[in-house]
Design a protein around this ligand. Sequence first.
Ligand code: NDP
Length: 480
Amino acid sequence: MHTIQNYINGNFHDPVSNDWIDNYCPANGEIYGKIPNSSKDDVENAYIAAQSAFPSWSQTTLEERSRILIKISELIEENLQRFAEAESKDNGKPISLAKVVDIPRAASNFRFFGNAITQFASESHESIGQDAVNYTLRQPLGVVGCISPWNLPLYLFTWKIAPAIAAGNCVVSKPSEITPMTAYLLGDICNQAGLPKGVLNIVHGLGSTTGQAIIEHPDIKAISFTGGTTTGSHIAKVAAPMFKKLSLELGGKNPNIIFADCDYNEMLETTVLSSFSNQGQICLCGSRIFVEASIYKQFKQDFIAKVKRLKVGHPSEPDTNIGALVSKSHLEKVIQYIEIAKQENGTVLCGGHEVSVKGFENGYYLEPTIIEVSTDECRINQEEVFGPVVTIMPFNTEDNVLQMANKVKYGLSATIWTNDLKRTMRLSNQIQAGIVWVNTWMMRDLRTPFGGVKASGVGREGGFEALRFFTEAKNVCIKY
Ligand code: NDP
């Protein structure tokens, strides 16, 4: 049994209340560790450590901050296997995925922001005719809160804390209590890399206790949150009256729009990934597939055939494509959505059932599921399922598919498959989403802005946008 502790002021601590939560392994349904259910007192201790570290860290040269961040990145890479095993065990994702996506991208986050901070600049404006010059200072905010979800645990955790500390802030953070392990391992890596004590503090526990204590802390200046839309809305309500800066990356119900003139084979390969990678538990997954009517029949046949070949299995098996869902309650939620789809006259074309993996019968496994729908207005097409379930339906015209693509409350990402340049331009301008991929999916360049519109969030992270979020602009006007 593992015992995870809070990382505060460079040291590991039990929770003040001695209150613990069980940590489950999704692959076999067993409890394999315990984690703190931290209270306000732990968050306060983390805040005090962060506040004490801030004067010195905010004055640390950019070269030194950069050096430490890059060192953290290198140490994550050196420990790739260990981190990938831990992520896979905690989350249920195939180890093959953790090895090529989650952990390398977590390392990239530190390397990228370690470099980006040395290039981050602000503007100056000469007030001609008034004998004055204005310049903008970009000052760190102080102590900031970072709260991340369970689907890409270390990847999304570091996506926030790397820019926050690069910009000179100190952090009180909380990973999801469902997947705390890699954040816990990161504490030790930060110490090895020489990150000064108190710059990063990691407090584990439930959203309703630990997370709540972070968002309502009066002196935590900003909250960067990735998670569900309902939680995001709650955070906004609590934090807004305190005038905290907020960055909210929330849910999605992303359209995958396929035109007959696309590169068919490439589209098919990628659509399998954009539908079912990480058991469909990626906020960017294209869960609503719209296919131009002229190729619908062919697509349906080929897609089903490919999806049926995906292997659902134990996450540690190298040939597993679909691992376990993250928790029993999440599995139940996803199954409930499949039932709702059936009641709404959706046709399950493949999948739809739990899978019993030999030797791991209590794990949370589900077949990748394709549901054919005849209208986009059903719940399965409107609500975020966040599991290995996609819908497919044909469309006739560009206008028709654009309307359906936009007729959801979310607006995170969209994928378009076409070789028509004019159509690409028209649709990418009009689709309501923060990110539009054309002829690809989840290709990420860390310099680009990342975030959603509508119920998918507020604000942008990524690149200099993240550094802008984690700094306050101050205008200085000098008359000469
Ligand atoms: P949740 O919103 O349930 O939780 C996210 C984090 O917030 C967790 O650490 C959670 O803790 C914490 N939390 C919950 N309640 C509070 C509270 N009152 N105050 C402060 N923190 C709180 O999301 P999930 O973890 O279930 O993640 C899945 C969701 O995340 C999906 O909707 C998905 O679309 C979205 N997501 C969005 C992304 C984006 O970039 N837009 C990327 C990835 C995921 P606890 O675990 O204890 O509940």
